[in-house]
Design a protein around this ligand. Sequence first.
Ligand code: FPP
Length: 235
Amino acid sequence: MADLENKITVDERLGHIAFIMDGNGRWAQKRMMPRTYGHKHGAENFKNIVRYCGDIGIKAVTVYAFSTENWGRPKNEVDTIMNLLSQYLDTCEEEMKIHNIRYKFLGDMSVFTPELRKKIEHVEELSKDNGLLLNVALNYGSRAEIVHAFKVLAAEGKREITEEDISGALYTAHCPDPDIIVRTGGDIRLSNFLLWQAQYSEFYFTDVLWPDLSPSDVDEIVREFYRRKRKYGKV
Ligand code: FPP
């Protein structure tokens, strides 16, 4: 890590950061606004934070945008998030050019409308040679992902299954495990996010609500990461 003139840059030790973007609803409620207002601001901040992570040299960012459990939210909230997603996908082409983003969507995409799926596939294909990997977990649940991986391996007729086989059949097969998983919004849990991949990830929990997470908060996360001693089960 270098901290030249207050600008942080990371090295290969911090290649992949993952975010559980929690607290949008409370952020809006604090302003006497509907929860959906918080998601709109959360979506804006998501773009800012991804750009900032790229600026400081992080190679891969994963965000938990919509879980398999989030379908249980009120219809207007689910509809708002789906609309934000659709609008977001429309901006990706511009975004990928300016910020060199390579998009990957993690999760079971079969539940989305053909229109949305087409957009997702288009964006993935168009950005596939870019540098900053952005994994957007959508209709994602870690247990469902692991079950899916086993089904893939079973369909291939695999009998002797290794850890590498499982890692290679997950939605995240194209990238290394996250070095750090950050959760905003004050809760201290993983909520079915990257359970397999989190084997030796560092964890960082903050009370800051997602729409308020700032570049200087990211700097503090980076500093804290470099203070940690990663032992991978050794001494
Ligand atoms: C958690 O906050 C957030 C979500 C369930 C959705 C995250 C969605 C976005 C940031 C916007 C859409 C994303 C894209 C990719 C455009 P919460 O609603 O659980 O907040 P609360 O804990 O305060 O209720």
